[in-house]
Design a binder for this molecule. Structure first.
Ligand SMILES: [Zn+2]
Length: 113
C-alpha cells in the first residue's frame, strides 16, 4: 500500500525532527499532499496514526491538506492548476501535458513540547 510507505516516512521525519529539537511529545503534524499523488488523504491519515501509535507522537493531531497540482500543456505550453489528471488544458482545452507539481508529499509542520 502506497499510503503505508508514505506513513513510515512521515514517522521517520517526525521522530527525527522531535529528537533534533529535544521534543518529548508531539501535538500536531501538518502535511501537504499533491492532488496528483494518487494518495487518499483518509487512508494516509489512518496509516500515519497507526505508525505513530507507539511513539511520542501517538496523540498528535494529524492534519492533511491537499495542494493543487500543476500541469504544463503540450499544445500551448501554458501551466495550469489541476485537481486531477483527467482534465483538458484551461487555456486551449486540449488534452496532453507534463506534470510540473503535485505528485509529492511534504511534512509542513511539527508542533510539540
Ligand atoms: Zn493548452
Amino acid at each position: 500500500m502506497h499510503e503505508w510507505s508514505l506513513a513510515e516516512r512521515v514517522r521517520c521525519i517526525v521522530l527525527e525532527e522531535a529528537s533534533g529539537n529535544a521534543l518529548s511529545s508531539i501535538r500536531k503534524v501538518t502535511l501537504e499532499v499533491g492532488a496528483l499523488s494518487c494518495v487518499e488523504p483518509g487512508v494516509l491519515q489512518f496509516a500515519i496514526e497507526k505508525n505513530l501509535e507507539d511513539s511520542i507522537a501517538a496523540d498528535a493531531d494529524i492534519r492533511i491538506r491537499t495542494r493543487m497540482g500543476k500541469l504544463k500543456c503540450y499544445h500551448c505550453g501554458k501551466v495550469f492548476e489541476a485537481e486531477d489528471m483527467y482534465q483538458a488544458c484551461a487555456y486551449c482545452n486540449q488534452y496532453g501535458f507534463t506534470i510540473i507539481d503535485g505528485k509529492d508529499m511534504l511534512v509542513t509542520g511539527i508542533e510539540g513540547v
